[in-house]
Ligand binder design. Structure first.
Ligand code: HEM
Length: 481
């Protein structure tokens, strides 16, 4: 190649890169319109590295708080290669949760990892249809029949992994328990595939908050591959279930796990309501969404109770009162859970201070306006739970752990641990059941002390105590069987 060609090539390259940067930054300035204050940082990289670093160091809340104190409750930055509007406060949460021009699914990595037909990648009619099918299973009417089974699983877990020990590490145990419960609910008792799925989940999570670069050796790539393997496993289970369903046609006793329920749902023409891909993608999405978040909640409740004798005593009283009316070893039922109001407030207060989902993003599909600022089409919009959760105007003395806050109503969208609106967490009833049942047996059977430091945890992306929260354990009673 002669000197002339090289010069032309370099010039073309410079013009292309320059034009790209100009267009991205012009889009970032809203093409001259009044976009929120702030900066978009270094071209292409923006604030992504700082954001990912702050996640790992558990300073992500501080990362957002710093920008809010600098630019106010509406600002701009650049995350994961996109200009982003950061909105904070209950009104902003409401704006994001209910705005039809803001859709989930194109910006974050997770929807891509979980599959094209997963709830998280869809919007509009498809989202409504799939969410409706999932809610048929995850709503209280259906879940109430599973309380006894969850009770048996929790007792078995405590008997196998806690009873008779003087020390345990809480977080891995809570992950094991929540994984066993969700896989049994979603797949039935399919023990041989659980191990494989468990290994893949770790990799799927790693990519969830990674920069979405699909190149060898990136966390994102590992995640995509793990998700592909997990989907193959689920496709195999689905084929088996379909074959068994044909045999079970005449039998009364049909499988009642999520995958079987989704397979049995039909539309007005008697056709399977969800396609095979939709069933597989959403079964995986449910397992992934259910697993880490709930384990984090229960782990941080254990941490709180270790240092908070008043809260613990009030919980023990509540659970002893319920146990008084039951025979030894009798399983908890749905009505027992409705009497555990204080324990649920403890869970909510834990979620307020350590929200497992610190926030998430949407993408604007139209130009929209918020508080006089233009958010151009294609921008990402980010909401953050923690900032609202620590607002002293809504939660006085916000650093104090005080479950009684949840005995009164609070302004809409100020407690955002489960989101709100059409994307609100569909797993909230399952969270309630698992948390209440587990706490019932834990506080009645064990007492514990923290072995390590209290205030050390990272986000991976869910909050995880450093070293997994080791505790010294004492079995207070033998009431698990
Ligand atoms: C303490 C535990 C949990 C917390 C804090 C939590 C939090 C959340 C939040 C904040 C969202 C909304 C995100 C947004 O608006 O961008 C969400 C969505 C979701 N959650 Fe949960 N979640 C938990 C447990 C579960 C469980 C147990 C399941 C499944 C059984 C589940 C399944 C889902 C699904 C499928 C979505 C997507 C909903 C949609 O896009 O329509 N979550 N969760």
């Amino acid at each position: 190649m002669d000197y002339y060609c090289v010069t032309v090539l370099v010039a073309v390259l410079l013009v292309t890169v320059g034009t790209h940067i100009y267009l991205v930054r012009r889009r970032g300035r809203g093409g001259g319109r009044c976009v929120p204050p702030g900066s978009l940082g270094v071209p292409l990289i923006g604030h992504t590295l700082g954001f990912v670093r702050s996640m790992r160091a558990n300073r992500v809340d501080q990362f957002f708080r710093d920008r809010i104190s600098r630019y106010g409750a509406v600002s701009k930055l650049s995350l994961l290669g996109r200009p982003t509007a950061l909105l904070a406060g209950p009104a902003a949460n409401k704006f994001v949760f209910f705005n039809p021009s803001l859709v989930l699914g194109r910006a974050a990595s997770l929807p891509h990892i979980l599959g094209e037909r997963s709830l998280l990648a869809l919007h509009g009619d498809d989202h409504r249809r799939i969410r409706g099918a999932l809610m048929d299973f995850l709503g209280p009417e259906m879940l109430r029949v599973h309380v006894g089974r969850i009770d048996a699983q929790v007792r078995q877990h405590l008997q196998d992994s806690w009873a008779g020990r003087t020390a345990v590490t809480v977080h891995p145990l809570m992950k094991r328990l929540t994984f066993d419960i969700i896989t049994a609910l979603v797949l039935g008792n399919n023990n041989e595939v659980k191990g494989a799925l468990d290994r893949d989940l770790v990799n799927i999570f790693e990519g969830a908050m990674a920069i979405p670069v699909n190149l060898p050796f990136t966390a994102y790539r590992r995640s995509i591959l793990a998700s592909r393997r997990a989907r193959l496993i689920l496709q195999g289970i689905m084929r088996d279930k379909k074959a068994r369903r044909r045999l079970q046609e005449e039998e009364e006793d049909k499988d009642d796990d999520l995958l079987s329920c989704l397979l049995s749902m039909t539309d007005n023409h008697g056709q399977q309501l969800l396609s095979n891909d939709e069933i597989v993608d959403n079964t995986l999405a449910t397992v992934v969404a259910a697993h880490g978040s709930l384990a984090a909640l229960m782990t941080f409740m254990v941490r709180q109770l270790a240092d908070d004798p008043d809260t613990l005593a009030a919980m023990v009283e509540e659970h002893e009162e319920i146990a008084k009316n039951k025979a030894p070893g009798e399983a908890l039922v749905w009505d027992d859970l409705s009497k555990m109001t204080f324990t649920w407030r403890v869970a909510q207060e834990t979620l307020r201070l350590v929200p497992p989902v610190f926030g998430s993003s949407r993408v604007a599909v139209d130009d929209i306006e918020y508080k006089g600022y233009c958010i151009p089409k294609g921008w990402q919009v980010f909401w953050v739970a923690d900032v609202t959760h620590r607002d002293p105007r809504i939660f006085p003395d916000p650093a104090k752990f005080d479950p009684s806050r949840f005995s009164t109503r609070m302004p809409a969208c100020s407690f955002a641990a489960f989101g709100a609106g059409p994307r609100m967490c569909p797993g909230i009833d399952l969270v309630r059941i698992e948390t209440l049942v587990t706490m019932h047996h834990l506080v009645r059977n064990f007492t514990w002390k923290l072995s390590g430091e209290r205030n050390t945890f990272v986000r991976d992306p869910f909050p995880s105590p450093l070293h997994g929260l080791p505790i010294q354990l004492r079995q207070a009673a033998q009431r698990l069987s």
